[in-house]
Design a protein around this ligand. Structure first.
Ligand code: HEM
Length: 519
């Protein structure tokens, strides 16, 4: 039985997401806000309703705006134009069909310019550098051959997750975290971790946690008034800048140390294949080793690590939560697993096509609690017109994925977790309603790790269902504990659950799978 305490790792996980998928703005609640009434479908919350800007920029608030003003809402926040897209249609019309204009990122003064996260794809403006990084992501994460090459690592880390759940089920949150970090560390740097206390994990965690802690409401003001960037560090009010420079050193370590580790391993002939090693090798082959090229490789690897861990952790944790709250879905998935795979071996990614109900469970997980509710904001690079309205250039565009995933006209009773809804859809509706069309973002910025993540999460879910029973935990009086299922910025709050092996032979099944992998 797990104890519903928020673990250290859970806190770190939240920080990572905040870093890579920053809330578009964090503004001190006392700071006067100005929202100018603008076309199209403009919105003008009065000063009294705008008591806390962080609340204002929540997906639910944006969804309220949609009720009042329509699915496309334009507002001005501190003179910065923002367009909120509350429907899949609008997101596809703009972010996909007009990708050449809508694929940049807003300028992030604090994170990119002061703290040094500028070489990371997630924050990069549209242009040649962006295209180079996307090409690397495509080659290193999306080709069929590369994805097949990652499977042994995905399997190995999944077996480690199962062994952890067998030994200390109460620590399930930290086993999930280790599973994601272990997989990503190895594919990115060829580095195999033995625990979350690993040196490189610690370096990454320190830099990212400190970054997010420093992004306090006040300091984010510099994103709205970039002129504050030039304030001398000795001046009162420049504390954010002094802090940002301190964090810059940590970010540097995060970029440099795993990169140098890969280089050392390559020169001693001990490097495992990895994203970083392939890029370094290619750089040497092309004889193009320059500090700028090295900086790009460091940033590309850093982006994979930071964007890939937290998101995957969120989905698998949501899986445990959904199974605790919906035992009927869990039982059905387990019955399907037993009928198709049996109980003497673990399922493998190759079995995916023969487990349709499990596929519905995964679809529903993405939709029910979409992992990144506001995706990452895009930026419009030049003025545009949509539905007869003018949108100025340099507008920040926020797709409200949460609202899209809760659209009752596509997903009746959207608040319910009901995998069966996917079985009831016609093939055409299924195509339109596929949550992968929104939860991984849009157009030229769509998540390059989506197939990798999808396979990894499927494998973990399938293996857990095959080997364990997941139920509600019970308290000291024997009373079942129902998790509150509350979320913060897309992450489930810590909850308790009971995870028990279905048979005494669970350990043998894991051992067999491990030795088959080693053979
Ligand atoms: C279920 C897991 C995941 C979800 C839900 C997810 C979601 C997203 C979303 C919403 C975006 C923003 C897209 C946009 O701006 O329109 C994104 C970007 C990105 N993701 Fe993922 N992601 C996941 C896993 C991964 C993994 C495993 C990796 C790497 C192995 C990864 C790497 C990236 C990168 C590098 C970007 C930046 C793309 C860019 O700015 O051009 N993600 N992801």
């Amino acid at each position: 039985m797990a104890v519903g305490q928020r673990s250290h790792h859970t806190k770190v996980r939240e920080s990572l997401t905040d870093l890579l998928f920053p809330r578009p703005v964090r503004i001190h609640s006392k700071v006067a806000a100005r929202v100018a009434q603008q076309r199209p479908n403009s919105v003008h919350p009065s000063a009294s309703t705008v008591s806390d800007w962080r609340h204002l920029l929540e997906e639910r608030t944006f969804a309220e705006w949609a009720k009042l003003y329509g699915d496309v809402v334009y507002a001005k926040l501190f003179q910065r134009p923002v367009l909120v897209l509350n429907s899949l249609r609008a997101a596809q019309d703009l972010l996909e069909k007009r990708g050449s204009k809508y694929s940049s990122r807003p300028r992030l003064v604090l994170l990119s310019e002061l703290m040094g996260w500028d070489n990371v794809l997630t924050h990069m403006p549209y242009g040649d550098r962006f295209r180079k990084h996307r090409r690397w992501m495509h080659d290193g994460l999306q080709s069929k051959e590369t994805l097949l090459g990652y499977r042994p690592v995905q399997r190995r880390e999944t077996y480690t997750l199962l062994a952890g759940l067998l030994e200390t089920p109460a620590d399930f949150a930290s086993h999930i975290h280790r599973w994601a970090v272990g997989t990503i560390m190895e594919i990115t740097y060829g580095h195999r971790i033995h625990s979350l206390d690993d040196e490189y994990v610690r370096i990454a965690r320190t830099a990212t946690v400190e970054t997010v802690l420093a992004g306090s409401p006040g300091s984010m003001l510099v994103d709205f008034f970039p002129v504050l960037k030039s304030i001398p560090t000795w001046m009162p009010g420049a504390g954010f800048k002094r802090n940002a420079f301190k964090i810059r050193g940590m970010v540097r370590e995060l970029m440099d140390s795993p990169y140098n580790m890969v280089k050392r391993a390559m020169s001693s002939g001990n490097a495992r294949p990895s994203f970083t090693a392939s890029l370094i090798e290619d750089m040497y082959r092309r004889d193009s080793s320059t500090p700028a090229e090295e900086e790009d490789i460091k940033g590309a690897a850093g982006a994979i690590y930071a964007a890939g861990t937290d998101t995957t952790v969120t989905v698998l944790t949501t899986f445990f939560l959904a199974m605790v709250l919906h035992p009927e879905a869990f039982t059905k998935a387990q019955a399907e697993m037993d009928a198709v795979i049996g109980r003497s071996r673990l399922p493998d990614i190759e079995d995916r096509g023969s487990l349709p109900y499990l596929e519905c469970v995964l679809n529903e997980l993405y939709r029910w609690r979409c992992p990144v509710p506001l995706a990452i904001p895009h930026n419009l690079t030049e003025e545009d017109e949509y539905r007869g309205y003018h949108i100025p250039g340099n507008t920040m565009v926020i797709p409200n994925v949460w609202k899209m995933s809760q659209d009752p006209s596509v997903y009746p009773e959207p608040q319910k977790f009901r995998p069966e809804r996917w079985l009831e859809m016609s093939p055409q509706t299924l195509e339109l309603a596929n949550p992968r069309k929104m939860v991984f973002g849009f157009g030229r910025r769509i998540c390059p790790g989506r197939e990798f993540a999808d396979d990894l999460i499927w494998l973990a879910m399938a293996s857990v269902i095959s080997l364990f029973d997941i139920r509600k935990a019970v308290d000291s009086h024997g009373k079942e504990i129902t998790p509150a299922a509350t979320y913060c910025s897309g992450h489930p709050d810590a909850f308790a659950c009971s995870i028990r092996p279905r048979s005494e032979k669970a350990g043998d099944v894991i051992a067999q799978a491990r030795s088959a992998l080693a053979a």
